[in-house]
Design a protein around this ligand. Structure first.
Ligand SMILES: [Zn+2]
Length: 91
């Protein structure tokens, strides 16, 4: 019997495909880990220019907002890149 999802050979009496279920378990965790790792890298990269801005221009209202938005954006970007990358690596 062939699995309709992944196309791999599965025992005829199997209730679920061991390839699909086993794979998904690991993939989800690895994808999340990859996302967290990517997000932390992004956060770190975003904090550098934010710290530089605060140091160079002082903690004025506009600068504070930028210094907050930059790491937030880089964190989100890193998170998404990490998720996509981890997903691709596993497939
Ligand atoms: Zn399968």
């Amino acid at each position: 019997m062939q699995c309709a999802k992944c196309g791999q050979e599965v025992p005829a009496d199997a209730i679920y495909c061991p390839h699909c279920t086993g794979e998904r378990k690991t993939t989800d965790r690895q994808v999340i880990n990859g996302g967290i790792r990517g997000g932390l890298i992004g956060l770190f990269l975003g904090l550098l220019p934010a710290a530089w801005l605060l140091f160079d221009f002082g903690a004025e209202r506009g600068i504070k907002a930028i210094a907050f938005i930059v790491p937030a954006v880089t964190f989100t970007t890193g998170l998404i890149i990490g998720l996509v990358k981890a997903k691709r690596e596993w497939k």
